[in-house]
Every structure is written in C-alpha cells, then in structure tokens.
Design a protein around this ligand. Structure first.
Ligand SMILES: [Zn+2]
Ligand SMILES: [Zn+2]
Length: 462
C-alpha cells in the first residue's frame, strides 16, 4: 500500500514535511520549520508524529527554512538515512541551518538574561545543524534518475523558485504497474532574470502541489521593477532611507540585480549607497556565481560579459555586527537590505526601529508575509509595531510589491498541473482561506480529484 501523510504545510504555508510510504520505503519530502504565529512555532519543539529513525530518505526540494529547517531536529532524534538534494541546495541549506541555529542560540541566551535564570534551551544548536549536514548523501542532478530501492527511483526537475530548487518525481514499479508521484516543492514565478523557469512536470498519477498564491496572479515583473525603482527614487528624493526586508536567498540577489539595472538606466543616482546587511545573504550572493549552469539566461549573459552579476558601484556588504549597527546612524539617502523577510528576527528589526517612525523613510516589502508576522501587520496598516519590547509608530511610507514573488501565481500553478494531468492532486503549502480554498475548485474544473489534507491525515494513494 502506498500512502501519503502531510506533517506540515497542511492547511498552512510553513513546515513542509510530507511522508510517502511506498514499496517498503519511508521517504520524507522536505522537513521544514513552522514559522509565523507563536503557537505555530511552538510546534517545532514537539516530537515528530513519526519515528525519525524509521525514515530511509529525505528528498529536499530547496534550501528555504520552511523546507529544511527541522532537519537538525530529525537528525538529533534518530534519523540515520540519506538526504538527497541538488548541489546548490546542499550548499545553501548549510548556510540556512547554521544561521537559524545561531539565531536560536542567541535568542535562548537573551531570554536567559531577561528571566535571570534558566530559560528554555534553543530549539537546536550549531552542533545539531552540522550533525544534520552529515546525512547529505548523493547529489541530485536535474533530470537524472537516483535509485532509492529496487523498482523505486527519484529524479529532480528545476522548480525555478530559487537557486538549486527542484520538484521531485518518484517512480514506483515497472511497466503497467508503474506509478508516478510528483511533489512540486515551491514553484517559481516565471520570467525572473536570475533563474530559469520551472520545468513542466511529466505525466503523473498523483501530484502534491503548493498553493501559496493559489488565489491570485502576480503583477508583471516589469511593472514590479518599475514600482521598486520608483519607490526607491521617491524616498531618496525626500531624504529618507529605504528599508527592504528580504529573504537572504534569492530575493536579496534579485533586488540587487534590479537596483543595478535602475542605476544603469539612469533612474537612480550612481552614488546611491546600497547596503546588504545580512551575512547569510552575502554568502548566498557568492554561491550564485559558483553555479552559472543553474542561472537564467539574462544572468548567465551578464556573467559571461564581465563577471559581476550585480554590478552595483556602491554596494557594501556589512558582515560584522558593528558595521550593521553603524547603519543605524544613517538618517537618510541609503538603501538597506536586511533579513528576515517577514521581520520575525534578524537585523531588519533594528533598521525598522530606526526608520519606521520617520515620515521620509520607506519600507518596501517584496516577499510573502505570513499572517501573525510583523511584516504582515505593517502591510495590513498597523499604526504601531512592537519591536524590542517597545511600540514603534509606523509613519514611513509602505510599499508591497508582490510581483517579485518567488512563487507561481494561480494561472502558472494550473498550467504546471495541466502538464502532469494527474488523477489526484493534493494541495498543500497555502493558507486554508486563501490559496487552498481558491485553487481547489479550479483544479476540480480540470477533472482532477482534489484533496486538501489536514496535518497528520493519512491518504491512501492506491
Ligand atoms: Zn521556498
Ligand atoms: Zn515554502
């Protein structure tokens, strides 16, 4: 019997963790962290609803924390199988997990100071993160079969979502008995300069598909680039700073790429100081140049022309904390990119604290903001936001530009699904009252049986 149980990203966006039991093998597709509301984040500390020691393989679709972030817990709790991912995913996952572990250790220490005594331990430590990395085995190359067990193979195809991202295709059995399961992972928004578009999936029996933006289409990329450059120009003209909370992977690099274009076209001053204030984003930026084969055509051409992907004359990297703190003294005229994208942690919170109350400043949101996060509250028009225990007034101008989304919109999701033409589609990685409920009727209209599973619900796939 083949079965599927979603242990995360079921009726919500984060915590992707799907258990496929097939031909005697127990395969996890992703093992991500729950992020957002406190109650949701507390779930991370709970025991897995399956025995980690019983898992044979983890097929990791990409390096975002909501897909890889519980791997250190899986390893600490007994997993001894093999983690399979593409080479860039493996490299970026190391960055993401060590960064997450450091943040958790810092938070635990500051909680201990506040409580003047024993505080809850970090969810996991740097040591746990490195331990998890030891289980990475074979590297997946796009399009090449990897044998998991006799009669059971997997191959990865480009998902166009971030560097190294993949959808996973699993083939079970031979000939007339063959069954094919496809996990979309996160699907990219097509037409982005740094990445290739998602590869259409092969025909499949069952597709497990993300539905983050199942309820809408994005604005076009060129409109979004115009809006970004216009917003930056406007705030700089008013003498303010521009804060761009960014996900360190992909989005930060994409924004740098577009700012460089804006300068090249004379829409932004050549002297515009741009700070990338995120050690992880800086490292990730270096990773990009190492995998030219995985890049989109525009980026590869630019690399071939002269080497510098981002080409910003005034780009500065602030790796050290002291350099980051020095940015707080800049009253206006600079662009600061810092994480985290949803403002739940990281250096961006300091920049918000120093700029949100300034009327001439701007905050530009360029990514997904889950409900319950500070980013979402600001986007939804909150008058104040709580940062470091104090309420900060929101007087800066706020932009939300969703055309940079790393996720496919409704039209592209359905187009991708049509290629696989499955009998059954399992929709995950979406909010129940948004992406999931909006997409399901469209899937059914294609004549595909559509299931939106609850967390822990076991679906029989025979
Ligand atoms: Zn992702
Ligand atoms: Zn995701």
């Amino acid at each position: 019997m083949t079965s599927l149980t979603c242990h995360g990203a079921a009726g919500e966006v984060t915590g992707s963790c799907h258990l496929l039991e097939c031909m005697g093998q127990r395969i996890l597709v992703d093992c991500g962290l729950f992020q957002g509301r406190d109650a949701l984040e507390r779930e991370n500390a709970l025991a897995f609803a399956f025995d980690p020691a019983s898992i044979d393989f983890v097929l990791l679709t990409h390096a975002h924390l909501d897909h890889c972030g519980r791997l250190p817990l899986l390893a600490r709790r007994g997993f001894r199988g093999e983690i399979i991912a593409t080479a860039p995913t493996r490299e970026l996952t190391r960055l993401v997990l060590t960064d997450a572990a450091s943040l958790q250790e810092e938070d635990a220490q500051s909680n201990a100071r506040k409580l003047h005594g024993p505080a809850p331990p970090p969810l996991y430590t740097l040591e746990d993160a490195f331990h998890a990395m030891d289980f990475f085995g074979r590297r997946a190359e796009y399009g090449r079969d990897i044998a998991l067990a006799p009669g059971l193979t997997a191959h990865f195809i480009d998902a166009g979502h971030m560097l190294g991202s993949a959808s996973v295709v699993i083939d079970a059995g031979d000939g007339a008995h063959r069954r094919r399961f496809v996990f979309s992972g996160d699907l990219g928004n097509p037409g982005r300069p740094l990445l290739r578009d998602a590869e259409p999936p092969p025909a499949a029996d069952v597709v497990v598909m993300e539905a983050t933006y199942g309820d809408r289409d994005h604005r076009s990329m060129s409109d979004s680039v115009d809006e970004l450059v216009g917003a930056v120009a406007d705030r700089i003209e008013h003498g303010g700073n521009v804060i761009i909370p960014t996900f360190a992977l992909e989005r930060a690099q994409e924004i740098l790429y577009h700012l460089a274009d804006g300068i090249r076209q004379g829409l932004l001053p050549r002297t515009l100081p741009v700070f990338l204030d995120s050690p992880m984003a800086i490292s990730a930026t270096e990773t990009f140049a190492r995998y030219p084969d995985c890049l989109g055509e525009a980026a590869r051409e630019r690399l071939a022309e002269g080497g510098d992907l981002f080409g910003l004359p005034t780009l500065r990297f602030t790796r050290e904390t002291a350099d980051s703190m020095a940015l707080n003294r800049i009253k206006g005229g600079a662009v600061i990119l810092a994480g985290s994208g949803m403002c739940t942690g990281g250096r961006v919170r300091h920049h918000l604290e120093h700029n949100l109350w300034r009327k001439n400043a701007g905050v530009i949101f360029v990514g997904y903001a889950a409900s319950g996060t500070p980013a979402r509250r600001i986007i939804d028009g909150a008058k104040t936001v709580r940062l470091f225990g104090e309420d900060v007034r929101v007087q800066a101008r706020i932009w939300t530009i969703n055309g940079f989304s790393a996720h496919a919109g409704q039209h592209d999701l359905l187009g991708w699904l049509r290629h696989a033409a499955p009998k059954k589609a399992v929709l995950v990685h979406g909010e129940a009252d948004r992406g999931l409920s909006a997409l399901a009727p469209h899937v059914e209209a294609l004549g595909i049986d559509c299931v939106v599973p609850a967390q822990g619900e076991r679906l029989t796939l025979d």
